[in-house]
Design a binder for this molecule. Structure first.
Ligand code: KIV
Ligand code: ZN
Length: 514
C-alpha cells in the first residue's frame, strides 16, 4: 500500500526569515489560505516569541485556518513554548516545534555547553510542551553534522520525553543524498523507540541538494518533508515543496508514496508567494519557472506537436497552468509556425507557409523572440506595412513631484503630428495616459519591467512592457540612458505592434470581401 508523505510548509517561518522585510498579518493570511487550499498538512506559521507581529499573526491564523494543522516554532525555552501555546490554542489541534542544536560546532562554539546538558534540556522542554499538546516536534538543529551515535542518543531521549515527530534538519545544506540516506537508516536501525515517532526531514539548498536529499530520505524511512513554496528560505533556500510534490506525482509508478496535495493549485500558490515576498521566480526554475513548459529548439517543438510526451514529462495543466508554450525564435521550424497559425485559427490555404517561414527567419534573426501578432503581420500585411513605424516619438517632457506627474508627448501618427498632456500618479502612469489620449487605443498596461543593462552610473535602461488590447497581449521594448525615455519608447514600440495587428484585421476583411 502507498504511504503518505506529510508535508510541513515553512514558507511563513523559514521562508520569511530570509526576506529583507517582514510580512504583515494580511499577507501571511493570504499565503496561509492558499497553502490550506492546496492541501498542505501542516503550516508552520511563525516563531511567535520572535516578534509581536508573528505572535499576533499566529493568533489570527488560528481563528481562520481549519483544514491544515498549525505549528509554531520555539527554542528550548519555557517562554518560547508558552508563546506558541498562547498564540495557537484557539485551534485546539496544533503542533509545538522545538529545536536545539546537537552538532559539536554548535554546542561548543554557539551554545558553549555540553551534549549532556543539551540532552537534559531537550528532555525537560519536550515534557513541558506535552502539557499543552500531544503533538510535539523536536528538531536536532545541524543534524547532518552531528556524530551519528550522539544523534541516536538525542533522538531516543526526545522520543522518550514525548516528541511525536523527530526532525533531522540538514541546517546548512551540507549533506549528500547517500549520507542523508545513511543517517535516516541508522536512526531506523539503532534507535529502539524510533517507531513511536514520525521522522521528518528539513533540507537546505546550499549545495543544490535540498530536493534530492529529501527524496532520498523518504526512501530510507522519513515520512514528513519540510520545505517552502518556490524554495525560498535562509541563504540558498529550503527544499522547494512544489518540486517534491510533482516529483512524487510524476514518478508515482516507481515510488511508493503519495501526498494529499491538490496539485492544480501549485501554480497559483507559487505566483502568490513570489508576488507577496517580492522574490521573482527564475525563468528556468523547475515546475513553476516561466520556461518550465516552454520549448525553443525546432526539433523539440516538432516532437511536442507530434506527441507531447517526447519532450514533456509534466502536463502544465496539472499544476494549474494554461498551456505549453513555444518560444518562437530563429531555432523554430515550419512545424511550430504552422502550429501557431493553426492555434490562431488560420487555415493553411490562407497563407504561404514557405514565404511565411523565410520572412519569419529574417525577422527572428533581427528581433529575437517572435510573437503570434508578428506571425500574423508577416502572413497578411504588405512588406511596406511591416516596415512602417506608424507611431514615432517627436518630443516628450515629464515633470514630477511627490504628489503628481505631468507628461507632455508629441507623436507622429502616420502623416499627422499630435501633442497631448496628461497627469498621473507617477511618471509611467502619466506617460501611459497621455499616449491613450493621443492614439485613442483602449489599452491596459499589465506589466512593466525596468532593468539596467550594466551596473555603472552610465548604464542603459531597458523597459519591457506588456499591454492588453482587445483581449490580446502585445509586447514592447525600449532602451535609453534616460529611463523615462526608455519607458516612452517601449510603449510606442508596443503601439506599433498593435497598429500592425489592426492592419492585419483590415487586410483579412478585404480578402474575405473580394
Ligand atoms: O534549518 C533548520 O535547522 C531549521 C530548524 C529550526 C528546523 O530551520
Ligand atoms: Zn531551516
Amino acid at each position: 500500500m502507498k504511504k503518505q508523505i506529510i508535508l510541513l510548509d515553512t514558507t511563513l517561518r523559514d521562508g520569511e526569515q530570509s526576506l529583507k522585510f517582514n510580512l504583515n498579518t494580511k499577507e501571511k493570511i493570504e499565503i496561509a489560505l492558499a497553502l490550506e487550499k492546496m492541501g498542505i498538512d501542516i503550516i508552520e506559521v511563525g516563531f511567535p516569541i520572535s516578534s509581536p507581529i508573528d505572535y499576533q499573526t499566529s493568533k489570527e491564523l488560528s481563528k481562520i485556518i481549519k483544514n491544515s494543522k498549525l505549528c509554531g516554532l520555539a527554542r528550548c525555552k519555557k517562554k518560547d513554548i508558552d508563546m506558541v501555546y498562547k498564540s495557537l490554542k484557539k485551534t485546539g489541534n496544533f503542533r509545538i516545534h522545538i529545536f536545539l542544536a546537537t552538532s559539536p560546532i554548535h554546542i561548543i562554539t554557539k551554545l558553549k555547553t555540553t551534549l549532556n546538558k543539551v540532552i537534559e534540556k531537550i528532555s525537560f522542554m519536550i515534557q513541558y510542551a506535552r502539557k499543552y499538546t500531544d503533538d510535539v516536534e523536536f528538531s536536532c538543529e545541524d543534524s547532518s553534522r552531528t556524530p551519528i551515535n550522539d544523534l541516536c542518543y538525542v533522538v531516543q531521549t526526545a522520543i522518550n520525553a514525548g516528541a511525536t515527530t523527530i526532525n533531522i534538519p540538514d541546517t546548512v545544506g551540507y549533506t549528500f543524498p547517500q549520507e542523508y540516506f545513511n543517517i535516516i537508516s541508522n536512526l531506523k536501525n539503532k534507535v529502539n523507540n524510533i517507531d513511536k515517532c514520525i521522522i521528518s526531514v528539513h533540507t537546505h539548498n546550499d549545495l543544490g541538494m535540498a530536493v534530492g536529499n529529501a527524496i532520498t530520505a523518504i526512501n530510507a524511512g522519513a515520512r514528513q518533508i519540510e520545505g517552502t513554496i518556490n524554495g525560498i528560505g535562509e541563504r540558498a533556500g529550503n527544499c522547494a515543496l512544489e518540486e517534491i510534490i510533482m516529483a512524487l506525482y510524476t514518478r508515482k509508478k516507481s515510488m511508493d508514496f503519495y501526498t494529499n496535495i491538490n496539485i492544480h493549485n501549485i501554480y497559483y500558490t507559487s505566483k502568490l508567494v513570489s508576488k507577496i515576498c517580492n522574490i521573482p521566480i527564475s525563468t528556468n526554475k523547475a515546475i513553476v519557472g516561466s520556461n518550465a513548459f516552454s520549448h525553443s529548439s525546432g526539433i523539440h517543438q516538432d516532437g511536442i506537436i507530434k506527441n507531447r510526451n517526447t519532450y514533456e514529462i509534466l502536463n502544465p495543466r496539472n499544476i494549474g497552468l494554461d498551456k505549453t508554450e513555444f518560444n518562437l525564435t530563429s531555432k523554430s521550424g515550419r512545424a511550430a509556425i504552422k502550429y501557431h497559425m493553426d492555434l490562431m485559427g488560420y487555415k493553411k490555404n490562407t497563407y504561404d507557409i514557405n514565404l511565411l517561414y523565410s520572412n519569419f527567419i529574417k525577422l527572428a534573426d533581427k528581433k529575437g523572440q517572435i510573437f503570434n501578432y508578428d506571425l500574423e503581420s508577416l502572413a497578411f500585411n504588405s512588406e511596406k506595412d511591416n516596415n512602417t513605424e506608424y507611431f514615432t516619438l517627436k518630443y516628450f517632457n515629464v515633470e514630477s513631484n511627490s504628489d503628481i506627474s505631468v507628461a507632455t508627448i508629441k507623436l507622429k501618427c502616420g502623416k499627422l503630428s499630435k501633442l497631448e498632456s496628461a497627469t498621473g500618479l507617477g511618471v509611467v502612469n502619466a506617460i501611459y495616459k497621455t499616449i491613450i489620449k493621443i492614439t485613442n487605443y483602449n489599452i491596459k498596461l499589465i506589466n512593466y519591467i525596468l532593468t539596467a543593462k550594466s551596473q555603472t552610473e552610465e548604464s542603459i535602461g531597458q523597459v519591457n512592457v506588456k499591454i492588453k488590447y482587445k483581449k490580446k497581449i502585445f509586447n514592447g521594448i525600449g532602451f535609453s540612458k534616460d529611463i523615462i525615455k526608455a519607458s516612452v519608447i517601449s510603449i510606442i514600440n508596443c503601439l506599433n505592434n498593435i497598429w500592425r495587428s489592426n492592419q492585419v484585421q483590415k487586410n483579412i476583411l478585404q480578402i474575405n470581401k473580394s
